[in-house]
Design a protein around this ligand. Structure first.
Ligand code: SAM
Length: 317
């Protein structure tokens, strides 16, 4: 008889609610939107199990003790510290997309584990969020964190000017900027995905709908940013950001695979590497730091050889 609860299937997470104050075991009262969500939307009742979090990295399993018209009383029964964060800090800097796409963008970055989002003003950007918009974005972060189980909130930073941001000397993380290479120049160049896991973190910049200007690109390259190419199609801002965040989050797994297994056509990283290819920098020279790190490992070299070669068993859709 198969085990009905194999270890790889996670137990269903309790309904999660956010509070903006310190928590500890004992009685807690919540009011306002979260109380309404708990009582009227989720229709939870005394005795039901829930989970509270406040962004401090922990979560607080609790039971509903009483439900009144405008407030809910809960008893926090434990403190837990599950780690659902990325292995390194990931900052995504990009102009905010327009309309509903802004919400999608912030939700996906939160789900993918980004540590911070920096809204950018660039020469061609259109949406420049002020304080109240930033607060609204932070609310989307909370909603997405409730849903995906994050106990650390992605920080939504204040609007930054790309011309100044890209020159900042205090950015210790590896810095990459997404910008398409020239047509036909996208295969087999070094990329962030063949570099080691960036222990000090990764900052990934994505341009506006109209793209970075050549002057913006040149300035960033002069200040140590590495250009990455995400393939031959033009992605919308939010798609490009999601791709970068998703693959960055998988870097530790890719690194583990490359150190423990011989690369084969069927390996997971083969497919990952095949779909996210980096192009040469605009001038056709590979980014030096990345070239150096790629040259260090034979498994990485094997993986890079595979880039651009269509797998014989690749699925078609
Ligand atoms: N007209 C712009 C161009 O051709 O560069 C398109 C800009 S695209 C809608 C918005 C941003 O997403 C770009 O500035 C870039 O940062 C990123 N992006 C989109 N597709 C990309 C690709 N294939 N490779 C690298 N970056 C890409």
């Amino acid at each position: 008889m198969p085990d009905p609860s194999p270890a790889h299937i996670l137990p269903r997470m309790s309904q999660r609610f956010y509070v903006n104050w310190a928590l500890q075991p004992g009685v807690v009262e919540i009011a306002g939107a979260e109380a309404h969500h708990l009582a009227a939307v989720c229709r939870l009742r005394p005795g039901d199990a829930v989970c509270l979090f406040n962004g401090d990295g922990k979560e607080y399993p609790a039971r509903v003790a009483a439900v009144a018209r405008r407030k809910v009383t809960l008893e926090v029964v434990a403190v837990a510290s599950p780690n659902r964060e990325l292995a390194f800090p990931l900052t995504v800097a990009a102009p905010l997309p327009k309309g509903d796409r802004a919400q999608f963008f912030v939700e996906k970055l939160t789900e993918l584990g980004a540590t911070a989002y920096v809204p950018l003003r660039t020469e061609r950007s259109v949406v420049h969020p002020g304080e109240s918009k930033t607060e609204k974005l932070q609310r989307y972060v909370i909603e997405a964190s409730k849903q995906c189980g994050r106990n650390v909130l992605m920080n939504v930073a204040a609007l930054a000017d790309w011309a100044e941001f890209c020159q900042r000397g205090d950015l210790s993380a590896q810095k990459v900027l997404a910008h398409r290479g020239k047509e036909g120049q996208t295969a087999s160049a070094p990329d962030i995905f063949s570099a080691p896991v960036p222990a000090a973190g990764l900052i990934a910049a994505v341009g506006p709908e109209g793209g970075f200007t050549m002057a913006e690109l040149d300035r960033a390259l002069a200040y140590g940013w590495k250009q990455i190419d995400l393939g031959p199609r033009i992605l919308r801002v939010e798609t490009a950001a999601v791709v970068v965040a998703a693959v960055a989050g998988l870097l530790p797994a890719i690194e583990k695979l490359s150190s423990t297994s011989v690369q084969t056509e069927s390996s997971c990283s083969y497919y990952l590497m095949g779909f996210v290819m980096a192009g040469p920098s605009r001038r056709g020279t590979p980014a030096p730091g990345l070239r150096a790190s790629a040259a260090n490992g034979s498994a990485v070299a094997a993986r890079k050889t595979a880039v651009g070669v269509p797998p014989s068993s690749a699925p078609t859709f």
